[in-house]
Design a protein around this ligand. Structure first.
Ligand code: FES
Ligand code: FES
Length: 158
């Protein structure tokens, strides 16, 4: 197995890592950088639990080889808060009791954050469509969609 030197910026911190050619970005984040917020759900792109931000775009980190991510600027769920200040989506999830077992929540919050960076006033239908790749086994979708709408309103200053 060939080895490759890569550079990642993760949550504002730079990392230089030697990775195997078949190593998944998700596993590098979890097992090498100990950022275990991103979850290994299905491992094949079906559940959204491994979602991270690449710049402002939500990406499934189980479908990305670490070598492909060389040079990426990544934000994981651990990097969303500003000190003790949760980001608006995180705070809205808490306020709406939108967390049950919590397994899907990092991915939901990441993908919702990407949506609100693109569109600060999404309709309920647009939220459902954007989150269609993120599954919640606890089926807490109603509270999650309300959380995204509340976070959007807060970000608009309403
Ligand atoms: S673990 Fe990546 S989509 Fe399920
Ligand atoms: S809160 Fe349990 S899977 Fe979503």
């Amino acid at each position: 197995m060939s080895k490759h030197l890569i550079h990642l910026t993760v949550n504002g911190k730079e990392h230089e890592l030697t990775v195997a050619s078949n190593e998944l970005l998700l596993n590098v984040l979890r097992d090498r950088l100990y950022l275990t917020g991103s979850k290994y759900g299905c491992g094949v792109g079906d559940c959204g639990a491994c979602s991270i931000l690449h710049g402002d775009e939500s990406v499934l980190s189980c479908l990305v080889l670490a070598v492909e991510a060389d040079g990426w600027d990544i934000t994981t769920v651990e990097g969303l808060a500003d000190g003790d200040q949760l980001n608006p989506v995180q705070q809205a999830f808490l306020d709406n009791s939108a967390v049950q077992c919590g397994f899907c929540v990092p991915g939901m919050v990441i993908t919702s954050t990407a949506l609100l960076r693109e569109n600060d006033d999404p309709s309920e239908a647009e939220i459902k469509d954007y989150l269609r790749g993120n599954y919640c086994r606890c089926t807490g979708y109603v509270a999650m969609i309300k959380s995204v709408m509340d976070a959007a309103a807060k970000m608009r200053g309403e």
